[in-house]
Design a protein around this ligand. Sequence first.
Ligand code: NDP
Length: 300
Amino acid sequence: MTDIVIIGAGPAGLTAALYATRAGAKVKIIESGAPGGKLNSTADIENYPGIKKKMGPELAYEMYEHALNFGAELEMTEVTGIRDFGHHKIVVTTNGEIETKNIIIATGTKERLMNIPGEKEYTGKGVSYCAVCDGPFFKGKETAIIGGGNSAIEEAVYLAGFVSKVHIIVRRDVFRADKYIIDKAKSMNNIVFHTLKKPLEVIGDGHKVTGLKLTDSKTNEESLLEVSGIFPFIGLDPMTGFASNLDITDEKGYIEVDEHMQTKIKGIFAVGDVTNKQLRQIVTAANDGAIAGQYIASNL
Ligand code: NDP
């Protein structure tokens, strides 16, 4: 039987694997996408101590290599359920079942959709949720970014480096992003802010995006932006559907944990963005992973 199954190979899961294996535990990491989680879709990391500036995918690869250094195994599959039998647990995956003494849930969050007409139809044809992955397709073209949080403004600054213009659409006149990055965006002459505007409809020619219809948050007046690319960054939802039978989440679906990152079920832990915490950062994800990995390994 495995000591720990870690579900998710983002910074939280990879750090948990590093600490647990280094302390002697037998660890299996389950991941359905590229190891590194959200790092893979982040342009520049500027606030991880010791790293002044690095591309997200580069840090993702380094964290992944480092995590496997002490013997953790990675299996590429998708988790569909968890069954708890007290002293042992079963992780159900599309490849079969894995028996383990402990589980660490590190599945993070997924991007929220705008849920407006045209969004689904033009996803991959101009609508994208990853500026790092798809931004270069829009070199020299006009693009729109939706949202006023850190994700939206950081990715706008990244896109502005090679597209002709970035329109940032914010539904209120208040931003959630940090002042530092807002000031940086405001200092760039090809970023235009449109506050008090909401996305209404993605417009296209049947093959690709040609524009974004907006509505004024106060007057409801409609307007059209001619853009080739649309990048919604309007927040995130926790990926906890597979654990809904365990009753360990709050009303928004985030997992509640104690100071050891353990849920109310003994042997089931959660770390990183999927937990109901205030500050979702790489450094806090790594912190959670270290606490859970070390705690489990030293109590086997
Ligand atoms: P946030 O929840 O911080 O921001 C979401 C933005 O989208 C808000 O401006 C919100 O407006 C807007 N919005 C929400 N729904 C809609 C909608 N239907 N239509 C139009 N606009 C909408 O999400 P982020 O993804 O930016 O960040 C998530 C977390 O990750 C945060 O804690 C953030 O600080 C963190 N993060 C940190 C980074 C860093 O420090 N380097 C980088 C990236 C993320 P409103 O305010 O009106 O709700």
